[in-house]
Design a protein around this ligand. Structure first.
Ligand SMILES: [Zn+2]
Length: 214
């Protein structure tokens, strides 16, 4: 697999992340095949958005939010597959499962944005991704556009509404006007990406980070 330089780390091609005070969104490979609770992973790129709060040192440090960052291979840190690290307590997490990578650790796990969480009740309402620097799979955008179009046709008086990213789980949504805008820009952005990278993109940024051309 091709290796590239990303934000000062060596990573496998396609691995990327972006953090802010509240969330970290990462596209990476899982760190393990099997975790201590027996759960298994598939070795392929996945994009997840986690609440930027370390479950290992939460409550022991202030501020507890905003301490997580994405990492790859650099110096004493290894892992070209990408992962999430806490700058306060040094804990490592798998970016795909959110699990602590230490052996035999079952409970400590990152909280996925939009997931219903019984143990800490962080988020129970769908998260608005309209203004977030988050990658959206292009196939998902097409699906959202088609659902939005069908809804708009049935409800001609509604000019703006939520389009859920996944209609089954209804965890996250993007506003209809933004979905339409992304769809209208899609061809141009795919073309620009292909020119730069020589491959078809699989994702599109909902809000493009300032340092990226495509
Ligand atoms: Zn920590």
């Amino acid at each position: 697999m091709a290796v590239e330089n990303y934000k000062g780390y060596l990573v496998l091609s396609g691995v990327k992340w972006i953090e802010d005070k509240n969330t970290i969104t990462i596209t990476c490979y899982p760190k393990k095949n099997t975790y201590a609770d027996g759960s298994k992973t598939t070795y392929k790129l996945a994009t997840k958005t986690w609440i930027n709060e370390c479950p290992t040192c939460k409550g022991k440090n202030w501020p507890s939010k905003g301490n997580l960052f994405g990492f790859g291979e650099k110096g004493k840190w290894f892992g070209k597959e990408g992962g999430v690290k806490c700058k306060v307590c040094d804990a490592d997490f798998c970016g795909v499962t959110g699990r602590d990578t230490l052996n035999n650790v079952v409970k400590r796990k990152l909280t996925e944005v939009g997931a219903n969480s019984d143990d800490n009740g962080v988020i129970n309402t769908p998260v608005d991704l309209t203004e977030k620097e988050v990658l959206l799979p292009i196939a998902r955008l097409e699906d959202m556009y088609n659902r939005g179009k069908a809804y708009a046709k049935k409800n001609p008086n509604e000019k703006e509404f939520k389009v859920y990213v996944d209609f089954e789980t209804k965890k996250e949504y993007v506003s209809w006007s933004k979905v339409k805008k992304l769809k209208s820009e899609l061809a141009t952005r795919v073309e620009a990406y292909k020119k730069e990278h020589n491959v078809d993109p699989i994702n599109i940024w909902i809000v493009k980070p300032k340092d990226l051309q495509w």
